[in-house]
Write a protein that binds this ligand. Structure first.
Ligand code: AMP
Ligand code: MG
Length: 406
């Protein structure tokens, strides 16, 4: 705890715990949308099967439906063909002992039948269908409810709706679904040195690149970007921009101005218009990360170094978005072996940009990028994973197992 009254220089786990607690207090409301609109949204309520799936016993193959008890144990037996039932047919003929009906995949089993013999295994002549021994009673039938029984939990609350979830909902006849409202994120880049791309650079100026990146990360996380802007390092301008953004967003994210430099005004500004929940995390990159609240919005002040901005977005805002939407699925931890030895210069937790490859034995290897500088965008573009090296250990040998941030 710092003299200022909020946690400072805290460990990553504590920081994530604080974000989780605050985000859970900012759970997004539930709304009803169509299945098409539900893609990528998080289910607000559990869905139970309103009817069995499949709704009726049906054939898994194209063939002939008959009674399993009629199947020959040895030799062969002739059945009388009494009709046919195709998928979608409004009616299925009754089939008595010694009889069979032609059936297609997905068609309802005719009353009296419990077995389908595939058409490749029979001989047919007029209305005589001959079946040899070796067929199994009950084969090739999909029982009503074998996928989902009526009342089964089909999708748990907090599940993000992907293609598979949407298919289950549709198959269960559900056209509209309760989901969390999409989170709205406002993005603010700060810095006197920043010039928008497309404009020439003057002395000491650089092109602004965090705003478009953070907005893209927000959209990749299925959030709505409510505003994107660039603000100078002036306390009044920053204050106005933050208040403006917070009026229309669930999360306000800024980049730059959170360290200890002359022009790093954001911690002070945040204290005058809101509340600080923590400042500075023992993390590399991302040490100066600032977290707090402005009115009803959560606020993340990310460091300006582009890599630090990207990594802390994925770390903290990705995490907050899940909590705000009540996501209940836990990302499966993935691991990799380090393809090269590694030396951490600090004890701080580190998120190292790595490229992954899987060798012929199925072992996943992570090769740390040679340029780990938090201002170096190359390390972001040329890698595909973040390896989390926890606080403490500083020496890693080739082959050591590391956790990949989901
Ligand atoms: P700051 O966190 O404001 O001290 O900035 C750290 C470094 O990141 C400085 O070199 C800044 O010029 C750079 N930087 C800050 N904001 C951006 C931005 N939006 N786009 C590109 N670089 C930035
Ligand atoms: Mg700055």
């Amino acid at each position: 705890m710092a003299e200022s009254g909020y946690p400072s220089r805290i460990g990553l786990e504590q920081a994530l715990a604080i974000v989780a607690t605050r985000a859970a207090q900012h759970r997004l409301p539930i709304e009803t949308v169509s299945l098409v609109e539900a893609q990528g949204r998080v289910l607000g309520e559990e869905v139970r099967a309103p009817h069995a799936l499949p709704p009726f016993d049906n054939s898994a193959m194209d063939g002939f439906a008959l009674r399993g008890a009629d199947l020959p144990a040895t030799g062969e037996r002739a059945f009388t063909l009494v009709g046919e039932v195709l998928a979608g047919a409004a009616f299925a003929p009754a089939v008595a002992s010694g009889e069979c009906a032609r059936i297609t995949t997905g068609a309802p089993m005719p009353p009296g039948t419990d077995t389908v013999v595939i058409k490749e295994n029979i001989a047919i002549e007029g209305d005589r269908v001959t079946v040899k021994s070796g067929e199994k009673s009950g084969a090739n039938v999909r029982a009503a409810g074998e996928d989902y029984a009526k009342g089964d939990l089909a999708i748990a609350a907090g599940t993000p709706a992907g293609a598979a979830e949407l298919a289950v909902l549709a198959a269960l006849g559900i056209a509209d679904v309760s989901v969390r409202r999409l989170p709205r994120i406002a993005v603010i880049a700060t810095g006197d040195e920043l010039v928008p791309p497309g404009q020439p650079l003057g002395f000491g100026q650089i092109h602004e690149s965090n705003a478009v990146m953070l907005a893209a990360l927000a959209r990749e996380a299925h959030a709505i970007v409510s505003a994107t802007r660039c603000v100078r390092d002036e306390p009044e301008a920053l204050r106005d921009a933050l208040l403006d953004a917070a009026a229309d967003a669930d999360i306000v994210v800024s980049s730059g101005g959170v360290s200890a430099g002359e022009a790093d005004h954001l911690p002070n500004v945040l204290q005058t218009i809101g509340e600080i929940h923590f400042h500075k995390v023992r993390l590399k990159p991302g040490m100066p990360t600032l977290f707090g609240q402005i009115g009803a919005s959560l606020y993340f002040g990310l460091p300006g170094n582009p890599v630090a901005s990207a990594v802390t977005f994925r770390l903290f805002i990705g995490f907050a978005l899940r909590a705000m939407q009540g996501v209940s699925t836990i990302p499966k931890p993935t691991h990799a072996r380090l393809a090269a030895s590694l030396h951490k210069r600090h004890a701080r937790a580190e998120l190292t940009r790595c490229s992954l490859h899987v060798d012929g034995d199925g072992v996943r290897w992570a090769t740390p990028h040679a340029r780990q500088g938090s201002g170096m965008l190359r390390g972001l573009v040329e890698t595909d994973a973040l390896a989390l090296l926890p606080e403490g250990t500083r020496e890693y040998a080739e082959g050591d197992i590391v956790l990949l941030w989901p």
